[in-house]
Ligand binder design. Structure first.
Ligand code: SF4
Length: 363
């Protein structure tokens, strides 16, 4: 089974843990000081080598976090998950390296570098700032791949350590895959290793929080880090894996499928309305739900509360319990969730204009 980073499908998380050597996050969570909400709630479900990050995060010692953004479309509420993780790491004193994958969006989606820069500033960076990440902090390094010469030099060296057969085995590339597309993952490997080059302070622990569809990049990077050990003493990057946010209609939330997604540019009213259309874990009839209870673990509404809208674990557990025993019904639950979403969007929209002005100054 290939995990294709360019495909969008629902994933059997347990199977991934068993088949690919990803370790269960729940086995190490007890060692983390103040684990984040996404960690505590099992949204981050797997890892590689995270044991090496924990003591550094606990003691606020030096380590780096890398997470890229590919500017290809609108940000949706699912993207907030990465942002929440970055904020947690910034609090733990990590250096954040945030590549904007304009070269990948050119290679894989045919988006011009100019357009990609525009999307990055007006969409991604604006929302990152509006959602509370201070991108002017000196420990945060945001860059465009196409404008980073250190990155391009490193990519060139990395490409010497890989070959077509390896790329084909990992990504399923074929003879007709264009060569820029083939080069894109190598640039991403360089993004992940970049914090460890001498110009950036040399070898250090790095963690990459990703959706599990990005695991091919992690495996390739760890392999290449190993191959370049003699020259650079790279440490293989650690990684964490988070679940996807389910789309409003059931499958994966996707920027390219408007019916599945709540975009961060939607108005508060639109966001509120969209929540009301979401698939629930409710029963066929009210009577049945009162008797049998709902199914919160199969409910998009409940997932929104878990990922984004309820801070208190106690309150969340109560909703889960009340849903399962049939005392909480979908109408009331949806009304409350859509109100919370509306308030979240009101706050976000208030902050976006100022955030956009700051984003414009970053390059
Ligand atoms: Fe989902 Fe709420 Fe209905 Fe339970 S009561 S199934 S959590 S919408």
């Amino acid at each position: 089974m290939l995990i294709d980073p360019w495909a969008s499908s629902q994933v059997d998380y347990d199977k991934l843990v068993n088949q690919f050597g990803i370790k269960k996050f729940q086995d190490i969570i007890g060692k983390i000081n103040e684990p984040s909400r996404l960690m505590r709630r099992g949204v981050i479900f797997g890892h590689r080598d995270y044991d090496k990050i924990i003591p550094l995060a606990n003691q606020k010692k030096e380590f780096a976090v890398v997470t890229g953004m590919m500017p290809s479309g609108q940000m949706h509420i699912g993207h907030k998950m990465v942002l929440d993780q970055l904020k947690w790491y910034a609090d733990k004193g990590a250096t954040l390296s945030l590549p904007i994958a304009d070269m990948e969006s050119y290679a894989a989606r045919g988006i011009s570098l100019e357009k990609a820069k525009d999307i990055a500033i007006n969409e991604y960076l604006t929302n990152y700032i509006a959602l509370g990440l201070d991108l002017t902090n000196e420990k945060i390094n945001v860059y465009l791949q196409s404008q980073n010469n250190l990155l391009k030099d490193l990519t060139f060296k990395i490409s010497k350590r890989s070959n077509f057969n390896e790329m084909k085995a990992i990504y399923g590339f074929t003879q007709s895959t264009n060569l820029a597309h083939l080069y894109a993952p190598l640039t991403q490997v360089a993004d992940i290793l970049l914090p460890q080059i001498p110009e950036n302070g040399g070898p250090k622990q790095v963690v990459v929080p990703v959706g599990v569809d990005q695991d091919p990049h992690i495996r390739l990077t760890r392999d290449i880090a190993d191959k370049m050990n003699e020259e650079y003493k790279f440490k293989p990057p650690a990684s964490t894996y988070h679940r996807f946010l389910t789309g409003l209609t059931g499958g994966k939330m996707s920027s390219s499928k408007p019916k599945t997604a709540i975009y961060l540019n939607d108005t508060p009213k639109q966001a509120e309305k969209k929540v009301k259309t979401a698939k629930t874990g409710g029963r066929e009839s009210l009577q049945e739900q009162k008797e049998l209870g709902g199914k919160p673990d199969e409910c998009v509404i409940y997932e929104m509360l878990v990922y984004h809208l309820i801070d208190s674990d106690k309150e969340l557990n109560k909703i889960h319990e009340d849903c399962k025993n049939g005392t909480l019904l979908c109408g009331a639950c949806k009304a409350r969730t859509s109100q919370l979403m509306k308030e979240f969007f009101e706050d976000l929209h208030e902050k976006q204009p100022e955030a956009k002005e700051i984003a414009k100054t970053l390059f």
